[in-house]
Design a protein around this ligand. Structure first.
Ligand code: SF4
Length: 59
């Protein structure tokens, strides 16, 4: 939202425990089945991880 890539990347890598990292998603779909907003969580997690895996800043 604030386009602060470095803060988001740091939080993503340091505030989320290893067991809960998006890279560990097995794409079971349970979260999407439970989501009242019908978010595409599996796809969005994959996109977010791909963005954060990029070596250089987005902007
Ligand atoms: S699809 Fe959702 S519930 Fe299943 S592992 Fe991934 S994030 Fe967790």
């Amino acid at each position: 939202m604030y386009e602060n890539y470095n803060v988001v990347k740091w939080s993503w890598e340091n505030e989320i425990g290893e067991a809960h990292q998006p890279k560990n998603c097995v794409k079971c779909g349970k979260c999407e089945a439970a989501c009242p907003q019908k978010l595409h969580i599996r796809e969005d997690l994959e996109k977010a991880q791909a963005d954060l895996d990029r070596k250089e800043m987005i902007r």
